[in-house]
Ligand binder design. Sequence first.
Ligand SMILES: NC(=O)c1ccc[n+]([C@@H]2O[C@H](COP(=O)([O-])OP(=O)(O)OC[C@H]3O[C@@H](n4cnc5c(N)ncnc54)[C@H](O)[C@@H]3O)[C@@H](O)[C@H]2O)c1
Length: 379
Amino acid sequence: MSPSTSSPTPLDGDHRDADTLRVGVIGLGYAGTTHLESFRSLPGIEVVALAGKERERLELLSAQHGIAHTYADGDELIARDDLDIVSIATPNVLHDRLAVTALEGGKHVFCEKPLAVTAEGAQAMIDAATRAGRVLDAAFNHRRRADVQWVADYLRTEGIGRIYHARASWKRRSGIPGLRSWFTSLELAGGGALIDLGPHVIDTLLHLLGEPRVRTVSAVTHGELGRAGYGAMDRVDQMTSGADFGVEDLAAALLRLEDGASVALEISWAGHTVDDEDISIELLGVDGGVRLFIPRYKGEDTIRVFRDRAGTALTLAPDVRVAGGEHPVVIAEFVETVRAQREGRPVRDEAEHHRRLLERVRIIDACYRSAAQGQEVVV
Ligand SMILES: NC(=O)c1ccc[n+]([C@@H]2O[C@H](COP(=O)([O-])OP(=O)(O)OC[C@H]3O[C@@H](n4cnc5c(N)ncnc54)[C@H](O)[C@@H]3O)[C@@H](O)[C@H]2O)c1
């Protein structure tokens, strides 16, 4: 197997040590670079291979991080027989195929969100992981924010009574990631704002609600702004043709949960409105409420708790600070799961973990189906 782009002299990473996990990272953008740096920050890990299409960036990153083997194509990296882990940070549509190939080749897989663009794709990944007895995980880093964890702990210890409704959103005023990028190609991304930002919101919400099953969804999608040439994150693109814009810039849905609770979901990349960029999760319980409001990735003063004490309305504002760096935490957890699995001391119920991974993709899948059919659908 010869590297397809460059072949630097093999570095120390080529000397195998039984306890060291050897990693190959696919993708050189924000996500791939974060994976690379996160793996490199952990003990007992060597990133030995890197793949991506941008030749200069590939050379730069491999030189910076001392990576011996570089490839222009992810399949060539996966074909190496000396990797324990493959980390996938490519356009969405490639996730399932690359992951299945890696899992079938005996590698553990860490994959960016969305896990796959369809529920069938996600199921194929899960089946391959189960057959191979390898770990499959997704990059749900937002859920590891300290404020999300604080709310999860508060719900567990104090509780707010039965949660009967939630409002969950991620909204931007001008945040389409390039009007003509792969993010706005239905073929490469599998959808728009919903499949891009929705996985984090849905993951955080389901985590806080205790992993309920969603029974039905009724969704709408709109792509008017992008098609009209508005709303690009990079304002240089503003008002250029949106002719190639093939996805939605806004999705809204009503989710009915199996316990009778409901969720109003709204995800949008762009809108002529005051919102600049904010993530919001509001939980309404019989005995209290919680609102997590994160404008522009703010790291403090993001939580409000609402209670009623003998007829007096109380609002609490806990002092919780978000340190950042959630990707390394997720990747460290993934590595720990891989080690535990190799040593025969499982740290989690894999079947339940797979169910949760699949549920997130099935909800997004159902939203797109509902929007296309113009009616409520069963998840
Ligand atoms: N978890 C998060 O917070 C987060 C943040 C940003 C992006 N993401 C996800 O990460 C993924 C990548 O997003 P990005 O913003 O880094 O995109 P990007 O366009 O910046 O990078 C994509 C990379 O994939 C590479 N690539 C494409 N096809 C390939 C192939 N066949 N073989 C090898 N490499 C290939 C490209 O060369 C590029 O380096 C997406 O799925 C996105 O949803 C997640």
